[in-house]
Ligand binder design. Structure first.
Ligand SMILES: [Zn+2]
Length: 345
């Protein structure tokens, strides 16, 4: 089968389209095989190409976590999904046996594995995954939108709904609007009835965010974000900050956070080591919340939103699988607004 692969870590030049890979087959009774129609890129895929400490790949490694397609083979024990079903895939795979899995907290699984990082990924004609990792989707949702949906929406849902517990009437600041998680966070925050502030260094991205319902736009290239938030809230600050940027942006996020504020993070694209003044942390009684991926229940919740026609992600660009390297370059340049998608079928 065809797949987008790497055989060593490095630059995007490592990304190669292969057409000689064996088709995976269903072996475990709880697994299904999906004939992929579209897949979406995430920053995680860039990190896999560059190399993640402690994660090793085998040559001809298939990239990709997000994907959608049609179930074309099921194991003997599979009941909830059938051959022919059109599905989205949750790339986070849990053991279903450890204490966290038994408590329904799958992203905390001690054997948590990700498609494209620890297991062959979705930038391929076929992928085999546990049936628990797929959900049926409505026929009316286009392939590219469905492919773009799952990981960003699931991540943002857990961050805002479960971890930060954002409520109607609260103020939330989303740093670096343009990527999939930030845009999904904007859509979820608006649906919860929050007032949404967004930041970007690009006026074009801020205008796109405004069209999606963002209430206050701050250009972080020309304005000090913390100062701007404090000035426009009478020094109060916001209730929640979504920061998946890290690095020097972290200090700006804390500077914008009001008393009893919650900062929730799922990434550190600008750097993993940040500075926090502990005196301000305890004095303001802040909560700093980590979050990653989502549980089965959260997967059900976001797919429910999809069935209701809500939280449809904007798609920035669609590339054929053969032009996968160009798709990665688009993501690496950080010029996108919305998801970068690969068309496979
Ligand atoms: Zn587990």
């Amino acid at each position: 089968m065809k797949a987008l692969t790497i055989s060593a870590h490095g630059t995007l030049d490592q990304i190669t389209l292969r057409d000689d890979l064996p088709e995976p087959v269903v072996e475990a009774p709880g697994d299904v095989r999906v004939r992929l129609r579209a897949a979406a890129l995430n920053h995680l895929d860039l990190f896999v190409v560059e190399g993640i400490p402690g994660v090793s790949i085998t040559p001809g490694w298939i990239l990709g976590g997000d994907g959608m397609g049609t179930v074309d083979s099921v194991g003997a024990a599979v009941t909830g999904v059938a051959v022919g079903d059109r599905v989205v895939i949750n790339p986070g795979i849990s053991c279903r046996e450890c204490e966290f899995c038994r408590a329904g907290e799958q992203p905390l699984c001690v054997k948590f594995r990700l498609l494209g990082e620890h297991r062959p990924g979705t930038f391929a004609e076929f992928v085999v995954v546990p049936a628990a990792n797929v959900r049926r989707i409505p026929d009316g949702v286009p392939d590219d939108v469905a492919a773009a949906f799952t990981l960003a929406t699931l991540t943002a849902w857990r961050m805002l709904v479960t971890r930060a517990q954002l409520r109607a009437g609260e103020q939330v600041l989303i740093q670096g609007i343009g990527g999939g998680v930030a845009i999904a966070a904007l859509q979820i925050a608006k649906s919860l009835g929050a007032t949404v502030w967004v930041t970007s260094r690009s006026d074009a991205k801020l205008a796109r965010a405004a069209a999606l319902g963002a209430d206050v736009m701050i250009n972080s290239a020309t304005e000090d974000v913390a100062r701007a938030v404090r000035a426009r809230t009478g020094k109060r600050g916001v209730d929640v900050v979504v920061d998946s940027v890290g690095g020097p942006v972290w200090a700006q996020s804390l500077g914008a956070l009001g008393r009893r504020g919650r900062l929730v993070t799922c990434g550190a694209s600008a750097g993993p080591v940040v500075e926090t003044d502990v005196r301000r942390l305890f004095w303001n009684q802040w909560s700093i919340l980590g979050s990653t991926m989502g549980t089965d229940a959260e997967f059900d919740a976001i797919v429910g939103e999809l069935h209701a026609g809500r939280l449809l992600p904007p798609v920035d660009a669609v590339f054929p699988l053969a032009e996968g390297r160009a798709a990665f370059a688009r993501l690496a340049a950080a010029e996108q607004f919305g998801k970068v998608v690969l068309a496979i079928a």
